[in-house]
Design a protein around this ligand. Structure first.
Ligand code: NOJ
Length: 599
């Protein structure tokens, strides 16, 4: 399954961090002069292991040139905010030149910046300023497809003999004659609805597109495509980026025998229609084929061998890896001597989309025990799915539930990725009329699937005009919630969502048990409260408990995890406070959270 499994209905000076992170922007010789070598090299190598990564949808973050669209200068302008939040790296969704059919995921030039977002000088400035704020910039790397306006595809479609013909996936139609185009080669469907094959009248063949018609798939059986992307990766590494998020990476290859995808059936054995009105298919012939592993090994070798004097430290590879189970996720890390991703996204946990204690416990435990000691990357939200309120909220306790989700995100072992605006509690705000829809997914899927506009609305900076995002009409409307839900209103307000995020992140960085400690599930038979223990290497222990129900719950946190004491010092609790006399009886309010250091 791919990401379209969406719900249609729907100023911390980091004490430990300052000394080590300060070396990040400097050259290696400078590091040697100013830092104890052991500390700096360990941090440069290991920064990603408990990293806090922030996804920015640049179109919606901050407009600085009054066109209603966010831009790179807008991101640079908010680096102080991001540093204070505790962000280690920013994943930028695509800012390359693009016809913007899929808002940047249709790239027409991989080595330039779309003028809508600024210039290459703006980009260089962003990277340089981000370094000063100890923040790395991660680029979105879209290798599955290009825009149909990319020069490679323009060449490819110009004639069957063109040297670029074999850069894309072309195929004859079924039953084609000199007059008739015939049927598409098989039943494969686009993730965005309807056939994945588009007829090209000029050269009389179909081309394959896993996504929009304007996003033709590249042919990864062609070694020249590999070489082209290695060059692109080197280009951005040379600019000092800290790594990449690989888009739709599981879809690089298709079944070489071109077999039909299987038709999905309901319990009665009947096929059914998806939100686009197509017969629902299992996409096993076009998703998660094994060829992707050697490709990622090749790309990773490029990054690992990259000249460290340009950019010291580990360049991280994040994967957009929607996979069916933990065993498939484990494969994404690669094999000994053949690494692939350091951080393939664990979408098993973040997209459960239901507050089910048992499922959370099992999957968090799987991430701890079934990834061969690799680091999990937890993620609950992104630009393709409704925000937390719509997927986990009950409409009454949304804020408490969002705090709980944030706690699972940051207080579990591993790296944490979150989406701009979640830290202030932004809500999904889908269009109410088809005429307002910008995302073509919403146009095709309306009204069953309203598309992704609802989670891409402008960042809410203040209660001023357009929430401080722009001084003209924004490209998507600002949600009405902005009067209360905004950065300015939440700054320095101890019980705000923003402060909750800051405290959790501060703990993740500075508390030894929460930074890297092992995760051990507590009270494993409890179906109402999810609780776990973090065990630091220094012997410190932290307990975390989350009440998944609307009733208060009392839980015994001394069961199941070799807890070294019966009392705890509260590190963070739901607003109102929780102060248990002993860990064997902790009472949590509805959807309440308790984080305490065992004494
Ligand atoms: C996944 C991206 O996150 C999504 O926004 C995009 O539409 C598809 N891949 C196609 O690139």
């Amino acid at each position: 399954m791919h990401w379209t499994k969406r719900i249609a209905a729907c100023g911390l000076a980091l004490v430990a961090g300052v000394g080590t992170l300060a070396v990040y922007g400097e050259s290696s010789s400078h590091d040697a002069a100013q830092q104890p070598p052991a500390a700096s090299s360990s941090n440069l190598e290991n920064w990603w292991k408990n990293a806090v990564i922030y996804e920015i949808y640049p179109r919606s973050f901050q407009d600085t040139n009054s066109d209603g669209i966010g831009d790179l200068k807008g991101i640079t302008a908010h680096l102080d905010y991001l540093e204070r939040l505790g962000v280690d790296a920013i994943w930028l969704t695509p800012v390359y030149p693009s016809p913007q059919v899929d808002f940047g995921y249709d790239i027409s030039d991989y080595e330039a910046i779309d003028p809508q977002y600024g210039t290459m000088a703006d980009f260089d400035h962003l990277v340089a300023e981000a370094k000063k704020h100890h923040i790395r910039i991660l680029m979105d790397m879209v290798m599955n497809h290009t825009s149909d306006k990319h020069k490679w595809f323009l060449e490819s479609r110009s004639s069957k003999n063109n040297p670029y013909r074999d850069w894309y996936v072309w195929h004859d139609g079924k039953g084609e004659t000199a007059k008739e185009k015939g049927e598409p080669p098989n039943n494969w469907q686009s993730d965005f609805g309807h056939s994945a094959w588009e007829w090209d009248g000029k050269t009389r063949q179909y081309y394959y597109h896993k996504f929009y018609i304007q996003q033709p798939d590249l042919n990864w059986n062609n070694p020249k495509v590999h070489e082209a992307f290695k060059d692109i990766i080197r280009f951005w590494l040379n600019k000092g980026v800290g790594g990449f998020r690989f888009d739709a990476i599981t879809t690089l290859f298709e079944d070489p025998e071109m077999r039909d995808d299987e038709i999905l059936k309901d319990k009665e054995g009947k096929s059914y229609l998806n939100a686009y009105g197509d017969t629902a298919l299992n996409d096993t012939m076009t998703n998660n084929l094994p060829g992707v592993h050697p490709v990622m090994q090749e790309m990773r070798a490029v990054a690992d061998q990259f000249n460290p004097s340009v950019f010291p430290g580990t360049r991280v590879f994040i994967g957009e890896t929607y996979l069916p189970n933990i065993a498939e996720l484990a494969k994404q890390y690669g094999e000994p001597g053949k690494p692939e991703f350091q951080l393939p996204m664990d979408t098993q946990i973040g997209f459960i989309n239901k507050l089910d204690v048992e499922t959370f416990r099992t999957r968090l435990n799987d991430a701890e025990t079934k990834l061969d000691g690799n680091i999990p990357l937890l993620v609950f939200d992104n630009h393709d799915n409704p925000r937390l309120d719509l997927r986990y909220g009950d409409g009454v306790h949304n804020e408490a539930i969002e705090r709980m989700i944030a706690t699972i995100l940051f207080a579990s072992r591993g790296a944490s990725l979150f989406y701009y605006g979640d830290e202030i509690g932004m809500k999904t705000t889908p269009p109410t009329r088809k005429e307002e829809v910008k995302d073509p997914v919403g146009l095709t899927g309306w009204p069953k699937d309203k598309g992704r506009d609802g989670e891409r609305t402008p960042m809410q900076w203040s209660a001023g005009p357009n929430a401080g995002f722009t001084n003209v009409t924004p490209w998507l409307p600002v949600p009405p919630t902005y009067k209360e839900v905004n950065v300015q209103a939440e700054e320095n307000k101890p019980e705000s969502m923003l402060e909750w995020y800051r405290k959790l992140i501060e703990l993740k960085k500075n508390n030894p048990a929460l930074a890297h400690g092992e995760n051990v599930m507590l009270d494993p038979g409890n179906m109402k409260v999810l609780s776990w223990l973090r065990k630091g290497q220094d012997g410190s222990q932290v307990v975390v408990a989350c009440n998944f129900t609307v009733e208060p719950q009392t839980v015994n946190l001394t069961t199941g995890g070799e807890i070294k004491g019966s009392h705890a010092k509260a590190l963070l609790t739901s607003p109102g406070g929780i102060s248990p006399a002993s860990l064997d009886s902790v009472t949590l309010p509805p959807f309440g959270v308790y984080v305490g250091e065992v004494q």
